[in-house]
Design a protein around this ligand. Structure first.
Ligand code: A3P
Length: 375
């Protein structure tokens, strides 16, 4: 029997099993052997039960904000780098592991029988902390958590505030068209409910262009919207890449079909993003039915703000709290030639989406009917 140093053994292993090069995290609590070695301070139940998958620029932040107002729903904690979006399943955050992900979910609401606790990670190595803590809390129980420094995904979902009736959710608009996302999401969250929010793909593309321009994207700042969307395959690579990133997520049926490979249709809700914008209470009513949660009347929670031009949270009779400046930007209307080009470009994709929705027994949104009549 021959052996080899660990690194060579690992190389040999992955030569034999190249399919295992990309990890696929499952829920450790689903397997008794994993459960046994799972840290006592981690709680699989806090994993999100609802994922809002985008795509980008369809009103996903408004939807996230409205969902977070519902008493039955608990959003993730914000990420220091990507704010409300964790972007776990679609990028390198996935390689940080489950531990990193779980730490984003908030700790438990106290119902009187629970024990209060506090966590400050800087206590562990704080010079004066042990003495000061003991002076005030001599009977406290102290928990130090030591993990492998590489396992950090679960850290964003701390043992939860969840009182058992609440549902955790997460929104990352880049999930919708992320190559590996449906498979990874299903491996970890097979029972999750998935929400996609769709608006006219042409409007989405234009909004996305304005978004990356305002983030200082050099290619977007050098080319007009029309040049980008009409770039052909002989154009310079940066231009082609930008065109693809701008136009591809709008091929809605293609990406939805990929989600349908992993999740069954009854787990997927396709929200009309235009309706969410113009009649949010109606859109949220449908969503609450899908999520089977207590009905909350969003007519009472939201108010149209004429200055913003959008529905915002009603804080008091006069006051509203709206989304920030980057949501509902002001920019010139799309040129007619671009609108015409995109109508034609998206016609086959919109036709496929309409057929898909009919096949699933879902309503065809007004914006889609309009695009197909004018296409
Ligand atoms: P624009 O800024 O181009 O108008 P996302 O949150 O997915 O990035 O989507 C941003 C878009 O949400 C905005 O695009 C805006 O049109 C839309 N939206 C829908 N409802 C909104 C609301 N209540 N407040 C602000 N923006 C809203």
């Amino acid at each position: 029997l021959a052996s080899a140093p660990p690194l060579s053994l690992a190389e040999k292993y992955f030569q034999l099993r190249p399919d295992e090069l990309n990890p696929l995290w499952g829920n450790p609590c689903d397997d008794i052997r994993h459960r046994k070695i799972w840290s006592k301070s981690k709680w699989c139940e806090t994993l999100p039960k609802v994922l809002v998958i985008g795509p980008q620029k369809t009103g996903s932040t408004a939807l996230y904000t409205f969902l977070a107002m519902h008493p039955a729903l608990v959003p993730n904690l914000p990420s220091p780098t990507t704010y409300e979006e964790l972007q776990f399943f679609n990028n390198n955050n996935y390689l940080k592991g489950l531990d990193w992900y779980l730490n984003f979910f908030p700790p438990s609401q106290n119902n009187g029988t629970q024990i209060t606790f506090e966590k400050s990670a800087t206590y562990f190595d704080g010079d004066l902390v042990p003495r000061r803590a003991h002076a005030l809390l001599p009977n406290a129980k102290i928990i130090a958590i030591l993990i492998s420094p590489s396992k950090r995904y679960l850290n964003f979902f701390p043992p939860s505030q969840n009182n058992g009736t609440q549902i955790t959710f997460e929104k990352s608009a880049t999930y919708f068209d992320g190559d590996l996302v449906p498979r990874r999401a299903h491996a970890l969250l097979p029972n999750a409910k998935i929400i996609a929010i769709l608006i006219s793909p042409s409007k989405r593309a234009y909004s996305w262009y304005q978004h990356i321009r305002s983030h200082g994207d050099p290619v977007a700042n050098n080319y007009t919207f029309h040049t980008i969307i009409t770039a052909n395959d002989s154009a310079a690579k940066p231009l082609r890449d930008l065109r693809n990133r701008c136009l591809n997520p709008g091929k809605y049926s293609h990406y939805l079909e990929r989600w349908l490979v992993e999740y069954s249709a009854h787990q997927i809700h396709v929200m009309d993003g235009s309706l969410l914008r113009s009649e949010p209470a109606t859109a949220m009513h449908g969503l609450q039915k899908f999520l089977k949660i207590q009905h909350v009347d969003y007519d009472k929670l939201l108010k149209y703000d004429p200055k913003k031009g959008f529905f915002c949270q009603a804080v008091s009779n006069e006051k509203t709290k709206c989304l920030g400046k980057s949501k509902g930007r002001i920019y010139p209307p799309m040129e007619e030639r671009s609108a015409k080009f995109l109508r034609r470009y998206y016609t086959p994709h919109n036709t496929a989406l309409s057929k898909l929705l009919v096949r699933l027994g879902r309503p065809v949104p007004q914006w889609l009917k309009d695009e197909l009549t004018n296409g």
